[in-house]
Design a protein. Sequence first.
Length: 378
Amino acid sequence: MNKYIYVDNSSTTKLDESVLLKMLPYLRENYGNASTTYELGKISRKAIEESREIIAKCLNVDADEIYFTASGTEADNLAIQGVAYSNSNKGKHIITSKFEHLAVLNTCKKLEKEGFDVTYLDVGESGIVDVEKVKEAIREDTILITIMYVNNEIGTIQNIDEISQIAREKGIIFHTDAVQAAPHIKIDASKLDMLSISGHKFNGPKGVGALYARKGVNVSGIICGGHQEKNLRPGTENVAGIVGMAEALKQRQNNLEMYNEKERYVRDYLLNRLKSEIKNVQVNGDMDNRICSNLNVTFDGINAEELMVFLDMSGICASSGSACNSNSGKLSHVLESIGQKNSSIRFTLSEKNTIYEMDRIVYVLKNSIDVINKNKKC
């Protein structure tokens, strides 16, 4: 039996064995630099361009609109800063939401220090950005709207197509962080201006991401260096990582309905058991407009960090929020944005999780909560 029950797939996923096999030749014999002109380098260049085609097909866009980065975070930074700097002559106003990933929020804060004006939209209890509030926030000097596709903590799905259409009608560039969406949603990026993904969220390797930027979008690079990625993202390409990300995304998208159905069934089983056997369990965020793998719950009167210790001792890998926030010791900004005052636990499943594992999780949670409550009385 596996030592761990892994239910933190929004943090990262296990590298698929078939993906690793695709990567190995570019870590061993086909190690040439893709910018060179000899045969070994040409092999790497061909692998990159074939991977670009695969990812473009998955997103329903053209291959020359895909740019490779080292992470989803870098892709977000490139999109937001790149648009801000190259369009500042048109205006300096940016619209985002209060519960974006820190890759977006901290980039926006950086731009504020440089003279840009950022509107942070409220979200509300449902965890859904109100489209009307987006409309109301638009100004004459608005140059960018960036709203995440799926929230990384509570899994709620935003009205991205509708928001993108509003932006397009106003001549405003629209970007979405789709890092959590790519493993669960069939994305048509052709309706958008810019979109970020990350390989390790869908059983690909860590350390590689991609940015889709529609032809005609004015965006400048933010890293100085060579001429890779059409001068937008310099640096020697991570060939093995790019190949792995493309293979992983293709596999995920080709099996999307099957994976989603499995994850939904097991997640709902877990939720039903929690609600029926533990008092005062609250689900954070809308349950209908939500990816099928995510369950973010608060246990009334129980500190999630304390409960996480018991889970960890039992070999259960869950999260008290985003991995990027986990060491802050504070209530996450996502929970604050939806009006939740108590900490929560995030369970994010894969298609490999089982009913047996959910039974084990419920057993550990019930016993742990009993211990915590008894200690309170002492």
